[in-house]
Write a protein that binds this ligand. Structure first.
Ligand code: FE2
Length: 264
């Protein structure tokens, strides 16, 4: 079975500047049956461990240091025996949660690469929501059938290779092998048409940039990051967000000027 993406949703709180808000976070797993990378294991270490199962964890990657994203990472890392990586530019946020008592294992730089299950996640430094906010881009290696069903449902026709998902469904429904495609012995359809994937953390959501109203955030900086780094990616790039539902670069790109006019 080739590399695929799994989504786990967890609930908890986010606190900063004296306020506390209830939040739901997306935890993303990228991997295969043997190994995974975990992105932002928020709130519930045991739920993340259950999702990982017996697989080897190549790394835990953090998109940024807000407490909803990192508050459970120490316990998760201990449960999984995995290394934790984050941009050093978010150290101020890390220390707000852990002080000096616990440190990350690795520092993510712009261009850092992490390999798992035959795919490579490339780090894009996208400051603004926080100084060290980082997105992870997979250029190739995962097709529509490798996305969670709820992501395929949400994006529908916006997935360039959506027909492949339909083909997979047809096989699952017993309609037989789609033209020109092979069915593996375990019934899965090998997908060769890769879709670019972006794990955007809280930098880009369906409908706009992440929040920049609180400490250590900058609206101008997040707009620069989105314009210069994220909107340089292909339109068909599927954006898997830190909260809420997925989107694509092509869906969001036309709205940049509206966001700038609206302000933070
Ligand atoms: Fe955040």
């Amino acid at each position: 079975m080739s590399a695929h993406v799994e989504r786990l949703t967890t609930s908890g709180t986010f606190s900063l500047d004296g306020g506390t808000w209830g939040v739901e976070n997306n935890v993303w797993l990228v991997g295969d049956r043997e190994e995974v990378i975990v992105i932002d294991p928020a709130h519930d270490a045991q739920a993340v461990k259950d999702a990982v199962g017996e697989r080897r964890v190549r790394a835990i990657l953090l998109t940024h240091g807000h407490d909803d994203h990192i508050g459970a990472v120490r316990e998760t890392a201990e449960l999984l025996g995995a290394e934790v990586w984050i941009s050093p530019a978010d150290d101020v946020l890390w220390r707000r949660v852990y002080g000096d008592g616990y440190r990350p294992d690795g520092e993510i730089a712009d261009g850092s690469e992490f390999a798992v299950a035959g795919v490579v996640l490339s780090a894009l430094a996208t400051p603004g929501h926080s100084p060290g906010s980082t997105c992870f881009f997979i250029r190739s290696g995962i097709g529509a059938a490798g996305l969670p069903a709820q992501v395929r449902d949400e994006l529908g026709a916006d997935i360039a290779a959506g027909a492949r998902a339909d083909a997979e469904t047809a096989v699952a429904d017993g309609e037989g092998e789609p033209p020109g495609r092979e069915v593996a012995q375990d019934g899965t359809v090998p997908v060769t048409g890769a879709i670019p994937l972006l794990f955007s953390g809280d930098t880009l959501f369906q409908g706009g940039p992440g929040a920049t109203g609180r400490s250590y955030s900058s609206f101008e900086t997040i707009i620069d990051s989105i314009r210069d780094r994220l909107f340089a990616l292909p339109d068909e790039t599927v954006v898997l967000t830190g909260h809420g539902e997925p989107t694509t670069i092509g869906q969001e790109r036309p709205h940049l000027q509206e966001w700038i006019d609206r302000g933070e």
